[in-house]
Design a binder for this molecule. Structure first.
Ligand SMILES: Cc1cc2nc3c(=O)[nH]c(=O)nc-3n(C[C@H](O)[C@H](O)[C@H](O)COP(=O)(O)OP(=O)(O)OC[C@H]3O[C@@H](n4cnc5c(N)ncnc54)[C@H](O)[C@@H]3O)c2cc1C
Length: 347
């Protein structure tokens, strides 16, 4: 098939690469350049954390995401360059007098037939020696993992360039109608079009909204943490995700807004003080940069594949873009191929 894909975020790139490896003719459009790191897919921390969804009661996401790690491992094994997925598990921590949230989490997990138990300083110290003394109680989630999102986005770009995919960078699409992609200087008809514009599709998907997230990049020479750590707190819940060279991403706020302006003072204060209370070594950390982006979300926070006469929209990945992209991309391709064969399918 001759397929157009609008939007080269994690969903659009994974779709383009997968379809081209299946011998389809693929044209990709994005209004930014391939290495513009300001888009949501670059800004994301890259946690593959299905269990985190139990905390907020997103049980459908938990079910959908259980095989996210093996799906990513299979994708990465086909890349020409070695990319690391870190299967380290993650830690969920709370101060001993604030363990109600941890208990709540354990109870939710139990209802999903997942058995978890609390660990104290000694158990935490075995996993993260520098956190042993901080008087936290925690839960270890061994099946979680994380990726370096910049590494994945660049690797996908490299692998896409090795295939005969036409990639129009810095090319804004104005409309997608009747499988025709229109911009200022082009109007191209395809056999099928996938709309993967994230929040850029909100004019065509009126229920789509932005959920603002702010993240701080720190370089902390005095801190050595090897896996994602989430701190549960009634007001200042944070996560810390390691990158190489003692760099840590501290995130992330979740604010009902599609405002992508720079981080607010309040958010910065809350994220940084929660991070310092996790590990005093963050006191001398250097703030490398701050980033803000908006997660594309539908009212039920579930991703959707919406097909109509114009295109197939793949959107609403909310805070689960990396967690769910492999699954949603393969479901979208399966839908497209069945539709092309004329098989009727429920939406
Ligand atoms: C702070 C933060 C932390 C996050 N952490 C995680 C995490 O740890 N794990 C996880 O799984 N998810 C995380 N997410 C969520 C993740 O970033 C999103 O779910 C994901 O980026 C959605 O991917 P997408 O490809 O659908 O959309 P996007 O990443 O938004 O990509 C859309 C693309 O479409 C392009 N585009 C838009 N309009 C047009 C147009 N008119 N013409 C041409 N191109 C257009 C844009 O330039 C962009 O490249 C996080 C998000 C934020 C903000």
């Amino acid at each position: 098939m001759n397929i157009g894909i609008v939007g080269a975020g994690i969903v659009g790139r994974l779709l383009a690469w997968t379809l081209a490896t299946q011998n389809h003719k693929v044209t990709l459009f994005d209004k930014t350049s391939a290495d513009d790191d300001s888009t949501a897919s670059f800004v994301a921390a890259g946690m593959l954390a299905p269990y985190a969804e139990l905390e907020s009661g997103e049980t459908k996401i938990f079910e959908m995401a259980k095989d996210a790690v093996p799906r990513w491992q299979s994708i990465l094994s086909k890349f020409r360059t070695a990319i690391e997925l870190q299967p380290t598990g993650s830690l969920l921590l709370a101060k001993p007098n604030e363990t109600a949230e941890l208990q709540h989490f354990i109870n939710r997990a139990k209802r999903m037939q997942v058995s978890l138990k609390m660990i104290g300083g000694q158990g935490i110290g075995k996993l993260e020696p520098e956190l042993a003394e901080q008087l936290f109680t925690g839960i270890y989630l061994p099946e979680e993992a994380f990726l370096d999102t910049h590494q994945i986005m660049h690797a996908l770009a490299d692998n896409i360039r090795m295939l005969p995919i036409l990639w129009h960078e810095n090319t804004e699409v104005i409309s997608i109608k009747n499988k025709t992609v229109k911009g200022d200087t082009f109007n191209t008809k395809f056999d099928q079009v996938f709309d993967c514009r994230g929040l850029g599709a909100s004019n065509d998907l009126p229920q789509l909204r932005g959920v603002r997230g702010e993240i701080i990049w720190l370089q902390a020479k005095d801190v050595s943490i090897t896996r994602p750590v989430r701190v549960l707190h009634p007001r200042y819940a944070i996560y810390i995700v390691p990158r190489k060279d003692n760099v840590y991403l501290v995130g992330a706020t979740q604010i009902e807004s599609d405002d992508c302006s720079p981080i607010s003072v309040l958010s910065a204060l809350e994220l940084l003080s929660a991070c310092y209370s996790l590990h005093p070594g963050f006191a001398e950390a250097r703030i490398i940069k701050t980033q803000t982006q908006c997660r594309p979300a539908f009212p039920d926070h579930l991703p959707k594949i919406i097909a109509n006469k114009d295109c197939i929209h793949v959107n609403g990945l909310f805070r689960h873009g990396y967690l769910l992209a492999p699954k949603i991309v393969s479901a979208a391709i399966a839908y497209c191929m069945k539709e092309a064969k004329g098989e009727s399918m429920a939406q």
